[in-house]
Design a protein around this ligand. Structure first.
Ligand code: SIN
Length: 553
């Protein structure tokens, strides 16, 4: 690795290039220069893979109160009601801003309707929603949004995008020993193609790195989802909340040649029913035994029900049955899913779709307020890596894009306002260059790959949909050993993207395990069969994990 460090100064630094990061960048660009750092190509983010859409009260037959109540019913007593209200009520304005940038959502006319309502948005339904309120762009909503924002950012002269740049650590005044009042100064970032560490200096830093699905063996997430933002904030001493609530999506396509392909919950919203085969090969729908909303029950209930049916009956998968809809409708409403299934010999209009649950969304994350503020001056976390209090113990489907959009806007406003005061006192000393070991030992690279695999396997087996205290304790022992090993390699060997991601994944795994161990009850997405019932005494208590030893770089 080259030792020299580039130093780059911007007014604002955004780490992550999904909906939260890019929409914040666009707003911040009205007031100053913005660096957007992206691990791969700028469009590669969790946002791009969102299929369902954005939940928002657009229809005049729907109300804010109903959306608020559905959110709280799904998330249980851990939702912060003030935050839920703010995000739901700010939804329509945020959506219109996205439309102004150029995002196009499917209308009823697009679905073949003629007449006075043809220009109204076609609204989808998903689990836990009592109304149709999900705006979508076919079944590639995320791609449409991501594309729109990327194009807008590319034409904005105040925004510079750095692709193939992966953040290593945040820089704070506390970690430099500068000041008793902690504030963020930027980040050390590895320029992957040139193999050198750059120092980004900024008056405010936004962490918008998405989720951490890769911590589990099976996930709907793209490879970039390694929990980098959560791990970096943790190392910078920001509290991390509610990480035991990892959401498992009930329906990922089960096929030996397909990795991580989601069958959107919107398919159930259009009438698909979950079924399994009995001993005599008869198809049985089973969700009525678990919830009054059957296949459209909240996600925690559906994922646990599928897990239970598969384990009880020794099945490899269950099935989605949407053969009650005709082919033309399915092609129009789910063009991407229809085409993908067909590629693997499944015609949704004629065949059952084999599905299994997989890790999908982190409901916990970096603890923030409605503006994404972390409590450290100049440091913000947005989108999936943040925990505002909206999701509580279980996220309502399609609420996450809404949260990212609303909080990105309020974060940018807050940052611009506060930056006016903190700009002058920021750089009261010289920021040291990044230093690390420079040993290389290709024999030892196998350790990195092995540790990756080991974490993802035991997280799936011991910290998955249904947990026990004994299995959580086992996972804790293993992660402690791996973390020790990683810290050794981290300091002795050259930094590579794999090592950075492994270090982050290991931290996030440990935080999930610690959070799960400390919750002595079953609630929402956290189900521990040693505590089958929610303990009402623990009502309203978030799990908060804070770094106990200061990080030492
Ligand atoms: C889906 O389309 O099922 C995913 C939507 C979400 O996770 O909110």
């Amino acid at each position: 690795m080259k030792k020299e460090t580039d130093i780059l100064s911007f007014d604002y630094l955004v780490i992550g290039s999904g909906l939260a990061g890019l929409s914040a960048a666009l707003k911040l660009a009205e007031s100053g220069t913005v660096a957007v750092v992206s691990k791969r190509e700028v469009q590669e983010s969790n946002t791009k893979y969102a299929q369902g859409g954005i939940a928002c009260v657009i229809d005049n037959k729907d109300t804010f109160e109903e959306h608020i109540s559905d959110t709280i019913n799904a998330g249980g007593t851990l939702c912060d009601k003030t935050i839920v209200r703010k995000i739901v009520e700010n939804g329509p304005d945020a959506i219109y801003k996205l439309i102004q940038y150029g995002a196009k959502f499917t209308t009823r006319g697009d679905m073949g309707e003629v007449g006075p309502h043809k220009d109204d948005f076609d609204l989808g339904r998903e689990g836990g929603h009592t109304k149709r309120r999900v705006l979508h762009a076919g079944d590639i909503t995320g791609e449409e949004i991501e594309h729109t924002l990327v194009e807008s950012c590319k034409t904005e002269k105040n925004i510079k995008i750095f692709e193939y740049h992966i953040a290593v650590d945040l820089i704070t005044s506390e970690h430099l020993g500068w000041d008793s009042k902690n504030y963020a100064l930027g980040a050390y970032v590895l320029d992957i193609k040139n193999n050198k560490i750059k120092t980004y200096i900024s008056s405010a830093t936004i962490v918008a790195t998405g989720g951490a699905g890769k911590v589990y063996l099976y996930s709907s997430n793209p490879d970039v989802s390694c929990g980098g933002g959560i791990a970096m904030c943790y190392r910078a001493n920001v509290p991390i909340a509610n990480m035991e609530f990892y959401q498992f999506h009930p329906t990922i396509l089960f096929h030996p040649e397909v990795k991580s392909f989601l069958i959107s919950e919107a398919v159930r919203g259009e009438g698909a029913v979950l079924k399994r085969r009995d001993k005599n090969d008869r198809l049985i729908s089973f969700m009525d035994n678990y919830h009054e909303l059957a296949s459209l029950a909240p996600r925690d209930v559906v994922a646990r029900a599928i897990d239970n049916e598969m384990k009880k009956n020794g099945d490899d998968c269950v099935f989605l049955d949407i053969r009650n809809k005709d082919e033309e409708f399915l092609k129009k409403r789910f063009p991407n899913i229809f085409a993908k299934c067909l590629e693997y010999g499944i015609n949704m209009a004629k065949d059952l779709i084999p599905v299994v649950p997989a890790a999908h969304y982190s409901c916990g994350g970096v603890k923030t307020d409605i503006n994404g503020f972390t409590g450290i001056n100049g440091l913000y976390a947005l989108g999936e890596c943040a925990s505002t209090g909206l999701h509580g113990a279980n996220r309502l489907a399609s609420n996450s894009l809404l949260e990212a959009l609303v909080t990105a806007n309020s974060a940018a406003i807050d940052i611009i306002e506060k930056s006016k005061n903190i700009k002058e006192n920021k750089l009261s000393g010289k920021i040291p260059e990044w230093s690390c070991g420079d040993a290389t030992n290709s024999d030892e690279l196998v350790v990195i790959a092995h540790n990756w695999d080991e974490i993802r396997h035991f997280m799936w087996d011991y910290v998955g949909i249904v947990r026990t205290t004994k299995r959580l304790e086992r996972a804790k022992t293993r992660i402690k050993n791996i973390r020790k090993e990683i810290e050794k390699y981290y300091w002795d060997f050259l930094i590579t993207p794999d090592l950075i991601e492994l270090r982050n994944i290991a931290s996030v795994a440990e935080i999930i395990i610690d959070s799960a161990i400390s919750r002595k009850e079953s609630r929402g997405l956290h189900f521990n069969s040693d505590y089958p019932k929610t303990d009402t005494k623990l009502n309203q208590i978030d799990t908060v994990i804070v770094l106990n030893t200061k990080y030492n770089h």
